[in-house]
Design a protein around this ligand. Structure first.
Ligand SMILES: [Cu+2]
Length: 175
């Protein structure tokens, strides 16, 4: 398993090294210039390119895949802090950083709209939470009253899979 992740990671490092130093040599793994991009870098700042140099499109959604709030129903009355279990079926929950078809990671949008158009990079702020370590549960603090929560799945480089892989509920947080 680790191996299959490592190999594409290394080939990407080679790609970046090519751009910066012109040396895509695989023996350059001890080179400090090629070692740097191996860090969690490959996040939102780097485009993942295919062999033609174009940014790869958002991967197709596997047939029947869906995401859902496991432990919460629409309209539920809840307490803060609120534990949220994020469910996914038909698609793999994986860590962020690399584009891998058939996988992605969860995001929670708090009072920030129902879903993000497919291909849109999910913002990173207090109302758009990323779970790029493949987390499937979290705890959030909410002020009393009604809140709209959206679970939004996105690909390895944080691009939304769109409404098909999202789910929205309203919760009523009691004082
Ligand atoms: Cu993300």
């Amino acid at each position: 398993m680790r191996r299959s992740i490592l190999i594409p990671a290394l080939s990407l490092v080679g790609l970046f090294a090519c751009n910066s130093s012109g040396s895509g040599d695989k023996t350059a793994s001890t080179d400090t210039a090629t070692a740097k991009p191996a860090a969690p870098a490959a996040d939102t700042m780097h485009h993942h390119m295919d062999s033609t140099g174009a940014v790869a499109p958002v991967p197709d959604i596997p047939a029947g895949a869906k995401v859902f709030f496991k432990n919460l129903k629409d309209g539920a009355t809840v307490k803060s802090p609120l534990k949220i279990e994020m469910g996914a079926s038909g698609i793999k929950v994986d860590s962020a950083g690399m584009l891998r078809p058939g996988s992605g990671h969860h995001h929670i949008l708090i009072d920030a709209g129902d879903s993000l158009t497919a291909g849109t990079v999910v913002p990173k702020d207090s109302t758009h939470l990323h779970f790029g370590n493949a987390q499937t549960s979290t705890e959030i603090k909410l002020t009393p009253g009604k809140h709209r929560l959206t679970l939004q799945f996105a690909d390895g480089i944080h691009r939304s899979y769109g409404g098909k892989l999202s789910s929205s509920i309203t919760v009523n947080v009691k004082q």
